[in-house]
Write a protein that binds this ligand. Structure first.
Ligand code: NAD
Length: 463
């Protein structure tokens, strides 16, 4: 077999990623044995960040951005290798998105009132040390995005990352501390303990030096944080339906939906998890999905086999199936398909567990609706009240408005793939912490600040 340059590079990158994962976490910046130590180190660092100018913070952020670009492939390979989820190509794109589009200090703004009685400002001040809990589905993407925003707001951060993604998270945390030191800032702007557990998370939630907790993950963690007695930003689960009506460009809808659904093997919480399509165009949509978009039509027996394999007895997705490709998932039930199959589809009722469960796998069931009202009702049911993300393909503004009001989600993408919502092929900034439950929506630096009124009486108005 001929070995070309690309293969050599891939092998080297794979080895480097494996070395990083098996490396000594104790040598990385910001890593401590114990959560209390993390918090006191981050508290010391915050005292220094607090007195730095916005320009100095921005300098560190620009170095973090450079380091993310330089390490995008290593981070992507580490994430896939450690969690077994997602794919390297899309994870590289996600890291570039964080580097290029997560807002920095430009998001820290001031509102002013001036008049006869002087000048008043509302400014965005830091909370101090923020506690952050991060998922295994976008591990380093979330850590890096959180650090950029939290640092821009003048905070430092202590992470309790998902135990299945701890090495990748530590690598990202180390990069941020290296960037701070290189930019003239302190070490430990981001910290974590070597072995994050539920106990270390509980320490963080109760610690008096933590005044804000940002939780990115499933319903369990968001509920835990919101019960902690501290201010919480809850970025929870979704199950985004993509609705297609009779006015849609159906061929384009098939392309956009399958592209969004298969991005990083369906790991993003915003990704299309099922389709609701009005009956009159459902066969046309399925035709384009099967003939042009690399979808595999699963038979009834294959759907039953998938239900048994990918969903556990509690109704949750099986961990070893989350973020796996369609080819791998089909292989698990003994079905062999060509390399270009990227998504599994079928027509089904909304109650089918492959449709109603947030699987985070490229499995895209299509529910038929008799008309638009029926489609909206079914899509709202499938979103399970998460109020997270939803998508629609329609040329009818009244339909879009009706759907937007009924489903009431933090994100609603019209006529494009879901990832347009985080600035990939769409306008706007990027985040991997979408606070659906607590209402901040797509978080950015300003979400991690508190509002403070600064008042000068009877002076400084020069009107
Ligand atoms: P997960 O809920 O299993 O874990 C997320 C984090 O929470 C991990 O660090 C985990 O250790 C911790 N955790 C879980 N239960 C906890 C508890 N009771 N107390 C304290 N900590 C707890 O989620 P995951 O599998 O890593 O990620 C996938 C889930 O996260 C999906 O439901 C997805 O929709 C959601 N998610 C949401 C967003 C968003 O921005 N809204 C982003 C990414 C992922």
């Amino acid at each position: 077999m001929a070995v070309d340059e690309r293969m050599v590079r891939d092998i080297v990158q794979e080895v480097v990623a494996k070395m990083q994962i098996s490396g000594d976490a104790g040598k990385m910046h910001g890593v401590f044995a114990d959560m209390n130590e993390c918090i006191s180190a981050a508290k010391e660092a915050q005292k220094k960040i607090r007195v730095m100018s916005l320009d100095q913070r921005e300098k560190i952020i620009s170095i973090i951005r450079r380091k993310i670009r330089e390490n995008a492939e290593t981070l992507a390979r580490m994430g896939v290798s450690e969690t077994g989820m997602g794919n390297v190509g899309d994870k590289i794109l996600k890291h570039h998105l964080v580097a290029d589009k997560c807002p920095g200090t430009e998001d820290i703004t001031t509102v002013a009132w001036s008049g006869d009685r002087g000048l008043s400002l509302t400014e965005m001040g830091p909370f101090g040390v923020i506690g952050a809990i991060t998922p295994c589905t976008n591990p380093s993407e979330t850590v890096l995005c959180n650090v950029i925003g939290m640092l821009a707001g003048g905070n430092t951060v202590v992470f309790n990352p998902h135990p299945k993604a701890v090495k990748t998270s530590i690598f990202a945390i180390n990069l941020c501390n290296e960037a701070s030191l290189e930019g003239g800032g302190p070490d430990n702007i981001a910290c974590t303990c070597e072995k994050p557990t539920m106990d270390s998370s509980a320490v963080m939630m109760k610690h008096p030096d933590i005044s804000l907790i940002a939780a990115t993950g499933g319903p369990g963690v968001v509920t835990a944080v919101l019960s902690s007695g501290k201010r919480g930003i809850g970025a929870g689960a979704g199950n985004p339906p993509a609705l297609v009506d009779e006015t849609a460009d159906v061929r384009h809808a098939a392309e956009a939906i399958v592209n969004g659904c298969t991005f990083d093997n369906n790991l993003p919480c915003i990704a299309e998890k099922e389709i609701v399509c009005v009956e009159s165009v459902a066969d046309e949509l399925m035709h384009y999905m099967l003939t042009e978009q690399g979808c595999y039509l699963a038979s009834e027996a294959e759907q039953q086999a998938l239900i048994k394999r990918v969903i556990d007895e509690k109704g949750s997705p099986m961990r070893d199936c989350v973020g796996r490709s369609a080819k791998v998932l089909l292989g698990m039930i003994g079905v062999t398909v060509p390399e270009d199959i990227r998504c599994i589809t079928f027509f089904g009722e909304k109650e089918n567990p492959l449709i109603s469960t947030e699987l985070m796998m490229p499995i895209l069931g299509v529910v038929k609706a008799k008309d638009f009202d029926d489609a909206v009702e079914k899509a709202v049911w499938l979103e399970h009240g998460n109020r997270h993300s939803a998508h629609i393909h329609s040329k009818n503004v009244d339909h879009i408005t009706q759907y937007a009001r009924a489903i009431d989600t933090a994100i609603l993408v019209k006529n494009g793939p879901s990832y347009s919502a985080i600035g990939f092929g769409g306008e706007g900034y990027c985040t991997f912490t979408i606070a659906s439950r607590t209402g901040e929506g797509l978080t950015s630096a300003s979400s991690f600040t508190k509002r403070r009124r600064c008042v000068m009486v009877d002076s400084l108005c020069i009107r």
